[in-house]
Design a binder for this molecule. Structure first.
Ligand SMILES: C[S@@+](CC[C@H](N)C(=O)[O-])C[C@H]1O[C@@H](n2cnc3c(N)ncnc32)[C@H](O)[C@@H]1O
Length: 248
C-alpha cells in the first residue's frame, strides 16, 4: 500500500514536525477559521501538528487518519495536554460522519497523496459533508518541488544511543499520471545496530490549478479562490505553496 505512514514513519513525522511546527500554515488557518463556531474537519490529521494548536484556540476540531500509528501519537499528544480529541480511523475515499461541517481543511499537501480517481471521490465526500456555504481549504505543493526532488538521507538522534534514519530514493516521475513515486526506507538504530527497518512507497500527485478548479466545480463547489504561500494574495511566479478555497 502506498503512503502507509507506519510506525517508524509516524515516529519520524513526530520528531521532524512536532505539535505546533508551522510552515506558516498554523497562523494562516488560524486566521481563516477565526470566528467559526461549528465543527471543523481535518482529514489526514496525522500526529496533530496543526489540529492541536487549532483545538487550543477553541475551535471545534474533528479529525481522522488512515494510519493507526499516526492516530496513536495524536491521541497521546492530546491526552498529555488534557485536550478532548474527536479522532477516528478512516480514509479520505470512504470516510463518513452523520454531522455536517462548517469547514474542512487539508494542510501539508495531504490531498496530493491521492490519485485522480481517489481525489474525485474525496471531493464529492467533502462536498457532501459540508454545511451549505461551508468552506473547503486545501494545500498543494508546487509541481516543481515534487518533480525536482533529489531524495537523500536524513537522521534524528533519540537520546544518547538511538538514531532514526530516512533514506529517500530520487522519485520516479510519471508525467502521464502527474505523479511521483519514491521509496522511503526508515531505520531504527540502537548503539549502531539496526533493530527495525520499514520500506514505504510514497506517491504524490501534482495538480494544474485550472484542472483542480474544474474538478471542484464538477464536484459541486463554487467560489474557488487561490492563496499563495499562506498570504492573502493569489499565487504568483515562484510560489511554493498554494491554498485552494472553495464553498459548498
Ligand atoms: C503529510 S501528513 C499530514 C499530517 C497533518 N495533517 C499535518 O498537517 O501535519 C499526511 C497524513 O495523511 C495520512 N493519509 C495518507 N493516506 C490517507 C488516506 N487515504 N486517508 C486518510 N489519511 C491518509 C497519513 O497517515 C498521514 O498522517
Amino acid at each position: 500500500m502506498d503512503n502507509r505512514y507506519g510506525s517508524l514513519a509516524a515516529w519520524v513525522y513526530d520528531l521532524d514536525k512536532p505539535i505546533g511546527h508551522s510552515f506558516g500554515d498554523i497562523e494562516f488557518y488560524g486566521r481563516q477559521l477565526e470566528g467559526c463556531s461549528g465543527a471543523i474537519l481535518e482529514p489526514a490529521v496525522g500526529n496533530g501538528r496543526i489540529y492541536i494548536p487549532l483545538l487550543e484556540r477553541g475551535l471545534r476540531m474533528v479529525g481522522f487518519d488512515a494510519s493507526e500509528e499516526m492516530l496513536v501519537r495524536c491521541r497521546a499528544h492530546c491526552a498529555s495536554r488534557k485536550l478532548t480529541a474527536v479522532l477516528s480511523h478512516q480514509r479520505f475515499e470512504d470516510f463518513h460522519y452523520p454531522e455536517r461541517f462548517e469547514a474542512i481543511i487539508v494542510p501539508a499537501g495531504s490531498f496530493q497523496l491521492l490519485d485522480f480517481e481517489q481525489a474525485h471521490v474525496t471531493l464529492l465526500r467533502f462536498h457532501e459533508h459540508l454545511k451549505p456555504g461551508g468552506r473547503l481549504l486545501l494545500d498543494l505543493d508546487a509541481a516543481d518541488s515534487l518533480i525536482e526532488d533529489k531524495g537523500g538521507q536524513r537522521s534524528w538522534p533519540v537520546g544518547e544511543s538511538e538514531l532514526l534514519t530516512l533514506t529517500a530514493s530520487p522519485p520516479e516521475v510519471d508525467y502521464l499520471a502527474q505523479r511521483t513515486h519514491a521509496l522511503l526506507r526508515y531505520e531504527h538504530w540502537i548503539e549502531g545496530r539496526l533493530v527495525l527497518s520499514e520500506l514505504e512507497r510514497f506517491s504524490l500527485r501534482w495538480w494544474g490549478l485550472q484542472e483542480l478548479t474544474l474538478l471542484l466545480q464538477q464536484s459541486g463547489f463554487t467560489h474557488v479562490r487561490l492563496y499563495g504561500d499562506y498570504s492573502e494574495q493569489p499565487p504568483g511566479r515562484g510560489c511554493q505553496m498554494i491554498t485552494v478555497e472553495a464553498r459548498r
